[in-house]
Ligand binder design. Structure first.
Ligand code: AGP
Length: 609
């Protein structure tokens, strides 16, 4: 995933472009670049590596005088991350510059066609081909050349384009990649993410697939795919820029871990009215629910793990079978989906290409789709039949935390809502479980308080380990999946999650003296079984860190170290048990000196398949 930004107005463009890129650096940080219109020419600067390199190269934003321009921060797909492949790319005649988020799938054939017509290219990228394609269609009409070139493209792309002949105009194009227009006073913007705009304006327009935005300082015109102007709704961003800043924390990830009680409360509160669960615009009658023969939850990464956790609550309360599928696998397995299937699509960013593709596959086969998404107006949110927004606020750290726990509570609310509609529980049990869900913010805060001091010290013990095992059963196994991913993706220590009962069927061969094993023991009905698994690994020399509640005396006696969480209703316990695992990964990564908010090779949302 990359971040693109465009500006035109009365202020110097460069500082605004650099500021916007700094707020989108989490989208990709292999390289960055800008193109500014200066005195009828396009001036381009770009730099390999972090944005700071570009800032220094442009005199801390004082170079490149001009009032319109585009910028880009890159997560490399085509071509190694170096200066030549960095965006912006320029047409052969130097008249056009372009930045791009996404992939042009037919760039090779277009490149060959252009080379046959005498065009020569300097980079390995698909993006440079688009600049030349626009040039090849240009006869003085900027918009016509852009639309003609874009009509030839196949793939997913958000484009920002400038033309030396039209110094006050920046062009934005969106196709299966987000682009949001920001409306200012005497200035206008576009960017891949609202976080790049909200310092300047909270009035935004979300472009739909296939739309173009012709942006000038005093006017924005949005066109559809055939070039006809379309009326667009202006939305108001619900949060301030402070929400997208570190607020005194060393890393965004730690801030977002600490924000979870409030974020989870924000996800729950608006959906409880008069002691009943009200799910926004999502209304399913008992008759409609009775027609659902299967629920398929599909997602990637941590969102997939949220589905693995949520599945237990949905099946336990509604007795509707739930399958949890990796989105990247789902569409290639000839899935058994029909009009009696409800698909729940989980995605913090709402832009993950694999997850979007799975949604479209499910729709094609007749499923109705509920999306659980954090980013308002994102592609997946717009494609689904119904959306439950996480209301977690912007999540900047690449490793998700509040995005994960707010997904969990929405799955729990859905489970209880559906169980009530299907009369699977009486009013007393409904009220009791609703109380349990409403107590999650307090319990999450308690889990933070119980471990905030202990874990930094414990991290010293684990930070130089070669590998760490995370084991658990049922809901605890689902949590172990997320704990292992957190550890891998920010501390770079190999970590493996394993169903505790499965260890003895092979993997226990890897347990040696001193092998660290994190045992998640929060599922009350399985404590004894997991206790036996702890004995199994300890008998082979493992060093066990148990995660449980204070009442669990047996586990505490057996483990080498224990992390405590408050006892929680079992099917909802993952929302609390995950907290110490997030903190453990964070402090181990910190002890390793890792770049916690921007881990190597990763991006906040993977918008390529
Ligand atoms: C989680 O910490 C990772 N950043 C990654 O696994 C992420 O959960 C996955 O890419 C899915 O992203 P999404 O929720 O935005 O679709």
């Amino acid at each position: 995933m990359c971040g693109i930004i465009g500006y035109t107005g009365s202020q110097s463009a460069l500082p605004i472009l650099l500021d916007g890129l700094s707020r989108m650096e989490y989208r990709g940080y292999d390289s960055a670049g800008v193109a500014v219109l200066c005195d009828g020419k396009i001036e381009v600067e770009k730099a390999h590596g972090r944005l700071q390199n570009l800032i220094e190269k442009t005199g801390d934003g004082h170079a490149l005088p001009g009032f319109a321009g585009i910028g880009h921060t890159r997560w490399a797909t085509h071509g190694a991350p170096n200066d030549i492949n960095s965006h912006p790319h320029v047409s052969g005649d130097g008249r056009f510059a372009i930045v791009h988020n996404g992939i042009i799938e037919n760039f090779a054939e277009l490149k060959a066609e252009l080379e046959a017509r005498g065009h020569t290219f300097v980079s390995e990228t698909d993006t440079e081909v688009v600049a030349h394609l626009i040039e090849s269609y240009y006869k003085g009409d900027f918009k016509a050349a852009v639309m003609k070139a874009v009509s030839r493209l196949e793939g997913a792309y958000a484009l920002g384009i400038v033309c030396a002949d039209h110094p006050g105009t920046v062009f934005g194009v969106s196709k299966a990649a987000p682009l949001i227009v920001g409306l200012g006073i005497g200035e206008n913007f576009f960017a891949s993410d609202v976080t790049a705009l909200v310092s300047y304006t909270k009035n935004v327009i979300y472009l739909n697939d296939g739309e173009f935005a012709e942006v000038r300082s005093d006017d924005v015109v949005v066109y559809n795919e055939i070039g006809r102007p379309v009326e667009k709704t202006v939305s108001r961003v619900a949060w301030s820029i402070e929400a997208a800043e570190k607020g005194g924390y060393e890393h965004f990830m730690l801030k977002e871990i600490m924000e979870q009680p409030a974020a989870v409360k924000e996800a729950i509160a608006p959906r409880i009215k008069g002691g009943e669960i009200v799910l926004d615009d999502f209304e399913l009658s008992a008759e409609e629910l009775k027609k659902i023969r299967k629920i398929v939850i599909t997602a990637c990464g941590s969102a997939y793990h949220a589905g693995c956790c949520g599945r237990y609550a949905i099946e336990s309360l509604t007795r509707i079978p739930v399958e949890v599928k990796l989105a990247s696998e789902f569409r290639y397995e000839d899935p058994i989906i029909d009009e009696h299937t409800l698909m729940i699509i989980v995605s913090q960013s709402g832009e993950t290409a694999d997850t979007k593709a799975a949604l479209e596959e499910g729709r094609r086969r007749g499923a109705s789709v509920l999306a659980i998404v954090n980013v308002v107006g994102s592609t997946i949110a717009r494609l689904a039949d119904h959306v439950l927004y996480e209301w977690a606020g912007p999540e900047i750290a690449v490793a998700t935390t509040k995005g994960f726990t707010t997904q969990l509570v929405l799955l729990y609310l859905f489970a209880l809502y559906a169980a009530k509609k299907l009369k699977k529980l009486d009013d007393f049990e409904y009220a009791r479980l609703l109380g349990e869900i409403c107590s999650l913010p307090k319990r999450i805060q308690n889990a933070i308080d119980l471990n905030g001091q202990v874990i930094p010290r414990l991290a010293e013990k684990y930070h130089n380990k070669g590998s760490i095992f995370f084991i658990g059963r049922n809901t605890d196994y689902a949590v172990a999946l997320e704990g292992a991913l957190k550890m891998k993706e920010i501390s770079y220590i190999h970590a493996e999650s394993y169903a505790a009962g499965e260890l003895k069927h092979g993997t226990i061969a890897l347990i040696d003296d001193g092998t660290p094993v994190v045992a998640v023991c929060c599922n009350e009905s399985l404590l004894e079984k997991t206790a036996n698994n702890i004995l199994e690994v300890k008998a082979r020399g493992a060093e066990v860190l148990a995660l449980s509640f204070r009442e669990n005396r047996e586990i505490i006696a057996q483990a080498d170290d224990v992390l405590f969480v408050p006892k929680t209703e079992t099917v909802f316990s993952p929302a609390v048990a995950v907290i110490p695992l997030q903190l453990l990964a964070y402090y181990v990564a910190r002890a390793n000196g890792c770049d916690i908010d921007k881990p190597k090779n990763l991006a906040k949302s993977v918008t390529v398949e």
